[in-house]
Design a protein around this ligand. Structure first.
Ligand code: PGA
Length: 269
C-alpha cells in the first residue's frame, strides 16, 4: 500500500521524508459478523457500487475465516483486506492465534490493532498493542491502531491523558523511519455502536491533539503524513461532515459497513 506522495519543503535534517498528502482510508470493521459465503455475497453487491472509485483507499476487515475468500472475491478491484487482530510473534506455541506472516500469505495488507473491544473483552494492554505494532511494521502489514476514551473519562476531562498514554506506550520504540504506514483510528468508546457519533468539531479537535502528540514523538514529517481515522457510529449521513474536517483522514466503520449499500454510500461520501 502506498499513500499519494507529493513533494514537500523537505524534511528537517535527521527526519525521514513522508507523505505530505494523506489519502483518505475508509475501513470496514465487520467484527464477528458474516460467514465466508456471506462475505462473498457482500463483495458481489459492493464491488459494482464502488467500481472506479480511487479517491479513497478502501479496506474491509472481516473475521479471520472470511479473509481468504473475500480477498479472492475482491482481487483486482483495488480494495484491500485487513484482519481485526493478530499475534505479535511470527509463529510458536500460541493456541488459537494467527500471525502477520500467515495473514500476508493470503493477501491481507492491513490489520486493526488494539480495538477497544479487544482491550475490554480480551484484556489487551497498551503494551500488547505496542508489541503487535512492532510486528506489523516488521512484517509490512499496514497497522490501524485504535485509541479512545470512555464516556466517564471524557466527562472528567481526562480524554487527552488517556490518549497520550495510549499513544506513548502504543508507539514506544517506533522510529520515525518505521512509522510511514501507521494509521491511528480515534474511536471514542462512548460513540462505538451507540448511534451517537462524536461531533465533527470534537473529532477534529481530538485528532489535532493526537497529531500533536505524534509530532512530539516522531517529528513533523511523520505527523503530517499520518492518517488519523475517526470511528464510532459513522453513518452515510454523517460521513461528509466528519471527513470535511482537516484533521480527519478517513473512517473506521463498524455497524454501517455490514450492509454493502450503506458502506458504498460512506465510501462515496
Ligand atoms: P460502529 O463501530 O461504527 O458500529 O460504532 C466502529 C468500530 O467499533 O470500529
Amino acid at each position: 500500500m502506498e499513500c499519494k506522495r507529493e513533494p514537500s519543503d523537505g524534511p528537517t535534517p535527521g527526519e525521514v521524508e513522508i507523505a505530505s498528502t494523506r489519502k483518505p482510508l475508509i475501513a470496514a470493521n465487520w467484527k464477528m459478523y458474516k460467514t465466508p459465503v456471506e462475505a462473498c455475497a457482500y463483495a458481489e453487491t459492493f464491488l459494482p457500487l464502488v467500481a472506479g472509485h480511487t479517491r479513497d483507499e478502501i479496506a474491509i476487515c472481516p473475521p479471520f475465516l472470511a479473509l481468504e475468500p473475500l480477498e479472492k472475491s475482491v482481487r483486482g478491484s483495488g480494495i484491500f483486506i485487513g484482519a481485526q487482530d493478530m499475534h505479535s510473534e511470527k509463529e510458536g506455541a500460541f493456541t488459537g492465534e494467527i500471525s502477520a506472516p500467515m495473514l500476508k500469505s493470503i493477501g491481507v495488507s492491513h490489520v486493526i490493532l488494539g480495538h477497544s473491544e479487544r482491550r475490554h473483552y480480551n484484556y489487551e494492554s497498551d503494551w500488547d498493542v505496542n508489541r503487535k505494532l512492532h510486528a506489523a511494521i516488521r512484517q509490512q502489514v499496514t497497522p490501524i491502531v485504535c485509541i479512545g476514551e470512555v464516556q466517564e473519562e471524557r466527562e472528567e476531562g481526562r480524554t487527552n491523558d488517556v490518549l497520550l498514554r495510549q499513544i506513548k506506550i502504543g508507539l514506544e520504540g517506533i522510529k520515525p523511519d518505521e512509522a510511514a504506514t501507521i494509521v491511528i483510528a480515534y474511536e471514542p468508546i462512548w460513540a462505538i455502536g451507540s448511534g451517537q457519533s462524536a461531533s465533527p468539531e470534537i473529532a477534529d479537535e481530538t485528532h489535532a491533539f493526537i497529531r500533536s502528540a505524534v509530532r512530539e514523538r516522531l517529528g513533523n514529517s511523520v505527523a503530517d503524513g499520518m492518517r488519523i481515522l475517526y470511528g464510532g457510529s459513522v453513518k452515510p449521513e454523517t460521513t461528509a461532515a466528519l471527513l470535511s474536517k482537516d484533521e480527519i483522514d478517513g473512517a473506521l466503520v463498524g455497524g454501517a459497513s455490514l450492509d454493502p449499500e450503506s458502506f458504498a454510500k460512506i465510501v462515496k461520501y
